[in-house]
Design a protein around this ligand. Sequence first.
Ligand code: G3P
Length: 220
Amino acid sequence: MKFFLDTADLDEIREAASWGVIAGVTTNPSLYAKIGGKLADFEDHIKRICAVVDGPVSAETTAMTRDQIVADGRRLHALAPNVVVKVPVMPEGLAATRQLAEEGIPVNMTLVFSVPQAILAARAGARYVSPFIGRFDDISEDGLNQLSDIVDAVKGYDFGHEVEVIAASVRSPHHVAQAALMGADIATVPFGVLGKCVQHPLTDRGLERFLADWKKVEQA
Ligand code: G3P
């Protein structure tokens, strides 16, 4: 499973990229608003992210009609070759995805909460399909179970092009572990969750002991 970073924060992206484990970035309007992003700077900001990350960078359209989504998609993809256009799953989004895919512009279909939505996204030509785990949990559903069903369903068919499932709305290392075990291609994780994935109390305790014992060697 690959790790993407789910953020628009350049400092977080630079730091995680320096760890050598980040294969891509996903952003959305909420994440851009969270960093105090300005509309006029949005496209330059996506370019800055693309310059740091050697991998797909999802930039989301907020357009609601097929033609506007296609126009946004063309403009966003022209910012850098690694821009992937994030499109919500809805009829206009599916139609736009078909058009963008035919033009060779990769789409990450987002806000996916069911197997039929995932299959439709892949059929429309989406390169990535993003089921949300945490937000499904938030309404007392089982986000991981849904992700597992979507992974099985998507992997069971040949869509005539590569389709990768991105586990999104990831809230914990448990989500990450289960996504990996069920065969999700990618988990897109907030920086805080990535940090928690690195940590383990036994690692900390073991490191403390190694360092203390090494002092004894140095002093002997
Ligand atoms: O990738 C989608 C993600 O950003 C949504 O996460 O935590 O807002 O549900 P969350």
